[in-house]
Design a protein around this ligand. Sequence first.
Ligand code: KG4
Ligand code: ZN
Length: 395
Amino acid sequence: MKILAIETSCDDTGIAILSAPDGPHQAGEDNFVVLANVIASQIKVHQKYGGVYPAMAKREHQKNLVPTFVKALSESKLLKNLSVNFAAAKNMDIAKILEREPELYKKLVSFLKKYGKPDVDLIAVTNGPGLEPCLWVGVNFAKALSYAWGIPVVPVNHIEGHILVNFLQTTNYKLQTKFFPAISLVVSGGHTQIILVKGVGKYKVLGETRDDAAGECFDKCAKILGLGYPGGPIIAKLALQLPTTHYQLPTKLPRPMMHTKDYDFSFSGLKTAVLYADRKVVNKTKKYKTAMAIEIQQAIIDVLIKKTMKAVKDYNAKTLILGGGVSANQELRKQFADKLQWPKGHPNYKLSLLVPPANLSTDNGLMIAIAGFYHKKNTKDWQKINANGNLRISE
Ligand code: KG4
Ligand code: ZN
């Protein structure tokens, strides 16, 4: 089967097309084949404001969806010229579905007049959590395509996408059961959650941030230091350049909630500590900024690792699954991998680590296609699909 996936929960417009096994798995049968995974990034638009503005992001999604979709179809060799005329009556209904996205409506109708129904069996779309105006653009786009071409739609939870994208790498998608129970750390610009994964679709949020997400903390700290946006990759890159001579920071940064007995996080105090520390420094040299970048990154890593490994131990997990933009951080990956070097005989000796490649850690359509595959039976009447900015992942 071929799955078309749509992701617009934040500032990346993602369209993927995935070829996935149809029915009961046959020995030797191919697993997932990625036909296309196209992303239109809005970083340049949001850079000058140092953050994502939902109304601006919504406009960019409207502009980017159809061109991104055409690129994905053409890469997958699924772009078909129209053989019969596009019915005017359908045009009216599509105008209704996209009444809040007029720019997208215009682009979609001219696309539908030019190209025919592609060989796609299922549409998967992110319906939450995320920025609600952005989510709606993707959801309404999915509805319009489902209506125009009669293709069923499955709504997908974005967080579940970050978890399940890890199963793209496993050689046999059916071997999933050997991975559970797993502990997943989903850590991005909008979320920081520790989730117990009992199986595909069986989740329990054990803990989460009480204020800022870890990625948001990276972004805000980078802004304080005048480093640019998005802060995570910039701080990570700077942190690689160890200062040639030791630079003494005025104070060590705090590791908030590191030793509490729960699985929760708090990052807003860390950002405030960076702000106060930065005020004390008169000469903000490159060496100072590098030393700060190293310390900020390490403070975030320390709490993430401490709480996640506590959950791994408490729940006797077989697998640790990382996901979300911050999991692209090389130092975080390295320090998690080091933690997993258990000596033989240690009760956690067999714990395995699943981490997506960096381009699949950040938001993308493919993660939604894979989650859509595992929930292919949960299709919904397109008229009943809604976006929900606060959608929770649960059983
Ligand atoms: O998952 P994602 O693409 O979007 C959300 O769902 O939020 O994550 C984006 C976040 C941003 O805060 C960005 O600064 C952070 O992930 N990020 C990183 C790195 N790459 C992206 N944080 C730390 N190190 C990185 N290498
Ligand atoms: Zn995300």
